[in-house]
Design a protein around this ligand. Sequence first.
Ligand SMILES: Nc1ncnc2c1ncn2[C@@H]1O[C@H](COP(=O)(O)OP(=O)(O)OP(=O)(O)O)[C@@H](O)[C@H]1O
Length: 603
Amino acid sequence: MAESIAIASTAPSSLRATLRSGRGLTVLGGIGLVLIVAGPWVFDTYLLNILVKAFFFAIAAITVDVLWGYTGYLSFGQSAFFGIGAYAAGLVFTHSGFSVSTALLALGAAIAVSAAVGALVGWLSFYRGASPFFATVISLVLPIVLTQLLLSGGQWTGSSSGLTGYESFDLSIEAWYWVAGGMLVLFGLLGWLLVRSDAGRVLAAIRDNESRCTYLGIPTAAVKIVLLTVMATVAGIAGFGYGAFSGVVAPELTGFALGTELIIWVALGGRGTLWGPLVGAVLINVATAYLSGSMPFAWQLIVGVAFVLVIVLLPQGLVPLLLKPFGLGRIAARLPVLEVRETRSVAAQATEPALHMQQVAKHYGALKVLQGIDLEARAGELVGLIGPNGAGKTTLMRCMSDGAERSAGTVKLCGHDIRDLPPEACVRFGLGRKFQNANIFESLTVAQCLRIAGTLLEKPSLVRQDAALRLPAYALDVVRTTGLDAKLATVARDLSHGEQQALELAMVLALEPRIVLLDEPTAGLTKTERSQIGDVLASLAHRHGLCCLLVEHDLDFVEQIATRIVVLHQGTIVMQGSFEEVVNSPLVKTIYAGSAHAPQEAA
Ligand SMILES: Nc1ncnc2c1ncn2[C@@H]1O[C@H](COP(=O)(O)OP(=O)(O)OP(=O)(O)O)[C@@H](O)[C@H]1O
């Protein structure tokens, strides 16, 4: 069932950008590979030593970039996982000696402990209701706690001196260089595949607008916990390599200072680019090794000042800036081909009302915003929710779409009691919510926004970009009617207000919802755009059998499309009926008397 549009051929400049970016990355990767293969013949032993350690640190920097640059989680705690890996090597080799089995034991311990601690930290940081600030504070506390544990470990951990002189892999410095370089290439490649894949775009969407992600049914907390666990494991493996190579582990490896340095390397290199932090980490480590001896204090100061300057003046980092003249930009998105997706059948579930609210109330302390709300809406209905400013319309929508919002009463969506479940669960019950201000992913392209909107129905690949973008027919209608199909490669923030509103509506419809909530969908739209959206909503309800509930002050618009009007006043439903019944009601006229939005019969 594939009606395809060859969008790719209509956007040659984007294709060129894709090719250019691909070529640039190939050139960069080629240079890196040559250096890694030929390094032992080019560099002296001292530099090889520095580079082996720098490669392990660079792997940890990549994990920071995936978490911070791509997902928006600023973590000072990746050093803790690096230290766990290093200490796994140091402790096992010191206390059990070195053999193949102890090496496997140490590697297994590095992986298991860093993954377990990562999962625990992730759960503590991202449980429902935790703020990003709280998550960052936990990432600060982790290295401090771990360092204290190591300091109080006595002879077992070596306390402040750490562990030294243990036996490890009997490899030459050249072999270590290739091992560390190979690991860097491997993890760099895996990271690159992830961040440019469809799943990688979901991480960027979480960074851009986590709330919108939850209203697209994406379990953002679970995604972040899994991601942190994986990144903790990778940092742990890098730490194991470091500990096995250096033959020395010290509490500083788990510490806050290294955690901060990782962030500095990522910021200076260019967060959100992957190769920027990689190059940044290696170069700064090499420079530090050569310069910190001759100017110990000045060097730290130079790095610190450079960090501040980059954060303030060059948030994209230094490496992308230096490579820009050579045409090596960020990873360009592949332009997909639009296809119609067969929608799920709703007929079997249509016996239940799409929305059923009983005795719903909402209080803010002593302020009663909603009381005794009983409301039902069915498939195919288009309900207009009107009322003066402050009547509680938006609050009512919040109570329909988030189980934690209401203070009392029950809400059922398509027969499912939402209890105190979060928005992503309500979305799974068939809810789609469009906000008053366009709630989209500003740094992503139109195509990427639409793809992410379908995440609930089509699991995104972890390693590749899908060449097709499938949308239900009614979402595709919105995309075409509003001309978004010609702007698939446009970054969402560059769209006009009306286009952003249309994009958000198309994203909501990509979920194939059974009940669509729309908060003032015509606000700020031109006359043409209003009439387009009116046609779309009428078709959703009457042709496709969706239940639409819209809050709207524009009564002309409501009259044209609504099948029923619900009037809310001071937190209670005072009347329901047809448009004529409502506008002719003396009660409603009294309520609106003096209001800026007095209802008048539309001309
Ligand atoms: N977080 C909050 N804390 C306290 N009071 C709140 C909060 N959110 C909303 N209110 C109050 O609840 C009442 C209803 O607000 P709500 O935004 O739901 O009204 P509305 O009908 O959507 O208004 P408008 O048409 O202006 O958007 C208002 O008096 C508002 O001040």
